[in-house]
Design a protein around this ligand. Structure first.
Ligand code: GCO
Ligand code: MG
Length: 426
């Protein structure tokens, strides 16, 4: 019995009996829904003349309303009357047609349209997205969870809790002595939510203290849990390339699965220096929007995992292109999956992950129960893995009545300053 059979409120899933794709599916409406069930989400809903609809995620953490305006003012009007079946042509229209290319706002708006159209196509054909992509390469998708604590002891305990939940891969972050609010340290046990105030919270950063402290965390983790768990760490763009090389080297004895975002990647060449000095695997790309942001990183094999994901990098249509290019150079995927990526992105990413031949891992931070209720979905967690659903399309819906009960709340990400007051990368 499918989830849809057992849930009386589940959306209708048998559109394909009536629709198919033998005639145009004319777009009749495109609406933006903003909701904040614990955090803000922007969702685009595209409706067609034959009743089948699709939804896409357009959430840009801390800058949500810019994408709302981009969609409402510049994209929704031009979608009306178009044939929803023409996903590639619509993607090219929105990318080339704007003249102003790339960037987080534009590419999230494009991603929302793209994913909504893939959702419609899947429903019209009666096929889950992994089938449209070429079928599953794996039945379940390995995910990593976020363990964090204000000191090493707390983080070690948090990693233990993830191991007890069945996770085989865990990202570990810890507070640094002398620094309040180090990156990645949350307040609750399973939820970490950095966008915490209507104006940016100021935090203080000192890379030397951090570099001296982090290896101690991983030494303790290996002493406590042995060689088995895959351990990950996120540097969140705080280091210079040389500092990143130093960290990579000092972590080599602890066999990390990956070291993420060690330095900003606007200058892709910076990774050459890091690569020359360390064999710790490198992951980067949660802020990337297009293949152009990672072209050199990939073809020079300067990284091991590409973190671009559905909502950040122009939807399924473009992410698939990045992944195929990466596969040529032995780079594997590691889709961003923080809580600011809505269940719509998670559902779509899981279909992508189930298909993509060069799959690496998927990030998974649990959404709050309120978020899960607003976005009913058929993917599920099972002992360290996510199982994509079998409903046609991406398998995620939005309960608009419930969504309306959670109005938008202005929230921004923190900022970081060095100890002398200099503005730094959060
Ligand atoms: C991660 C990330 C996030 C980001 C967040 C910003 O690896 O999951 O670095 O937690 O900070 O997505 O909105
Ligand atoms: Mg990150």
């Amino acid at each position: 019995m499918s989830a849809a059979d057992s849930d009386p409120n589940a959306p209708e899933t048998d559109w394909s009996d009536r629709i198919g794709v033998s005639r145009p599916l004319v777009i009749t409406a495109a609406r933006v829904i903003v909701t904040s069930p614990g955090r803000n989400f922007v969702t685009l809903k595209i409706e067609t003349d034959q009743g089948v609809y699709g939804i896409g995620d357009a959430t840009l953490n801390g800058r949500e309303l810019s994408v709302v305006a981009y969609l409402n003012e510049h994209i929704c009007p031009l979608l009306i009357g178009r044939d929803a079946r023409r996903i590639e042509d619509t993607w090219q229209l929105l990318y080339r047609g704007a003249y102003w290319r790339r960037g987080p706002v534009t590419m999230r708006a494009i991603a929302a349209v793209d994913v909504a159209l893939w959702d419609i196509k899947g429903k019209a054909l009666g096929a889950p997205l992994h089938e449209l992509l070429g079928g599953k390469s794996r039945d379940r998708v390995m995910v990593y969870g976020h363990a964090n604590g204000s000191d090493i002891g707390e983080t070690v305990d948090a990693v233990g809790r993830y191991i007890d939940l069945g996770y085989q891969a865990i990202r570990a972050q810890t507070g640094v002595p002398g620094l309040v609010n180090a990156y990645g340290v949350g307040r609750g046990e399973l939820h970490y939510e950095p966008a915490d105030a209507s104006l940016p919270t100021e935090t203080v950063w000192d890379t030397r203290r951090y570099l001296a402290h982090v290896p101690k965390l991983f030494e303790r983790l290996r002493d406590t849990y042995g060689p088995e768990p895959r351990l990950l760490h996120d540097g969140h763009h705080r280091m210079t390339p040389l500092e990143a090389a130093q960290l990579g080297k000092s972590l080599e004895p602890f066999d990390l699965f990956w070291l993420e975002d060690v330095t900003p990647a606007e200058n892709q060449e910076a990774f050459r220096l890091i690569r020359q000095h360390t064999t710790t695997p490198l992951a980067v790309g949660e802020v990337f929007n297009t293949i152009w942001d990672c072209k050199d990183l990939i073809q020079e094999q300067l990284i091991d995992y590409i973190r671009a994901t559905i909502v950040g990098a122009g939807g399924l249509t473009h992410l698939r292109r990045i992944a195929d290019f990466a596969s040529v150079w032995g780079v594997r995927t590691g889709c961003h999956g923080a809580t600011d990526l809505s269940p719509v992105t998670m559902g779509t990413a899981l279909h992508f992950d189930a298909w993509v031949p060069n799959f690496g891992i998927q990030e998974y931070m649990r959404h709050t129960p309120e978020t899960d209720e607003v976005f009913p979905h058929d993917y599920r967690f099972e002992a360290g893995f996510m199982i994509p659903g079998e409903r046609p399309g991406h398998g995620v819906d939005i309960d608009e009545t419930l969504a309306a009960r959670f109005p938008y709340v202005p929230r921004q990400l923190p900022v970081a300053r060095l100890t002398d007051g200099t503005m730094w990368n959060w």
